[in-house]
Design a protein around this ligand. Structure first.
Ligand code: PEP
Ligand code: MN
Length: 347
């Protein structure tokens, strides 16, 4: 990683460093932060001769050589000071909550609009709504592109930004063109390295965020962070890690709740952690406890499925969605717990 003395390199300086690293089979990827741009050396950056030549340039402050499988996502990376701000909420500074339908019902858009309003009133930061859905059964409802308009209409009516899952390049393009703020990579695709590269390329230099779910099949913590590195390597550091339960399941829950990995992630990466207890436990009645556990473990936020009338929902909503009342109570309790965690006296 090249850290320039000024906030960014001039085009002549960039050409010069590019020429040097190219000689050693590497490439330069600028990573544009709010204030300063840093330059990742993509490739094998261990060659001392290359490093010496770069360090010799008078406009280079220093070269950061982190020995890490995820040098951008690593907590020791210069990106550690990067902050993600969505709708005025800076992750890590205030509780961040995404809430809404698992799946938007294109035949009954009012459920989504009413949920969006309830989500806003409950104090969430962003609305979620599934447009395209990964389903185990090929005959189950797979989502409908018409729901993208409904999602954006929900955003317009409430003034809140929106999050939706994308599963292929065409979805990414449609969602970005429509103005979706947060693209979600689901648990089934978190190990799809080709899709991770595709989304990395698509979000580079755009003011959008990627919510990366933890795969059901991920083992070591580093596997999860490395998946984020695939996206960061293209130049957008707005990556949120989202534990959502893994396999094998804990008898009675949908998955094995994994909010407890939050401190382990935080030890290794600067990326914010937003836990999804809805898919983790898989039943509305258990969600509130798991949500509070996540905050106690140090999570920066929550991703919660909610619906104004869960029994009329589709996808996971009949089983997992919180009612507006329980959502509001969960957010209020999570905020109180957040304050306790921060050492603020409450009550
Ligand atoms: C979802 O968010 O509705 C979803 C399908 O999530 P996951 O990828 O975690 O299963
Ligand atoms: Mn769901």
């Amino acid at each position: 990683m090249i850290l320039p003395k000024s906030n960014r390199l001039t085009s002549e300086q960039l050409n010069e460093v590019t020429a040097i690293v190219t000689e050693f089979g590497c490439k330069i990827q600028p990573i544009v932060g709010a204030v300063r741009t840093i330059y990742a050396i993509v490739g094998d950056e261990r060659d001392d001769l290359m490093i010496n030549r770069l360090e010799g340039l008078e406009y280079v402050e220093r070269i950061d050589r982190i020995q890490s499988p995820f040098k951008l996502m690593d907590k020791r990376s210069d990106l550690a000071s990067h902050r993600i701000t969505i709708n005025g909420v800076t992750l890590g500074e205030e509780l961040f909550v995404i809430a809404g339908n698992c799946t938007i019902d294109p035949k009954n858009p009012n459920y989504f609009y009413e949920t969006a309003q309830a989500v806003k009133e409950a104090g969430a930061t962003m609305i979620r709504g599934g447009v395209w859905k990964p389903r185990t059964n090929p005959y189950s409802f797979q989502g409908d592109v018409k729901s993208l308009d409904i999602l954006l209409e929900g955003s317009r009516r409430t003034g809140l930004p929106v999050d939706t899952e994308v599963m292929e390049e065409a979805h990414i393009k449609l969602a970005l063109d429509a103005g979706v703020t947060c693209l979600q990579i689901g648990a089934r695709n978190a190990l799809n390295y080709s899709l991770l590269r595709t989304i990395g390329r698509a979000v580079a230099e755009r003011d959008v965020v990627v919510l990366l779910k933890r795969s059901i099949h991920m083992g070591p913590i580093s596997e999860f962070i490395s998946a984020g590195e695939y996206i960061a390597a293209f130049g957008n550091p707005n990556i949120i890690l989202c534990p959502r339960g893994t396999s094998p399941t804990l008898d009675g829950y949908r998955n094995h709740p994994d909010e407890s990995i939050t401190p382990l992630l935080k030890e290794k990466t600067w990326a914010p952690v937003v836990v999804d207890p809805s898919h983790s436990v898989g039943k509305a009645v258990y969600v509130q406890a798991a949500a509070l556990a996540a905050i106690a473990y140090g999570a920066d936020g929550l991703c919660l499925e909610a619906h104004v009338s869960p029994s009329h929902g589709i996808g996971d909503d009949p089983k997992q969605a919180l009612t507006p009342e329980v959502l509001a109570e969960t957010i209020a309790q999570a905020k109180a717990l957040w304050a306790i965690r921060r050492g603020v006296k409450v009550g």
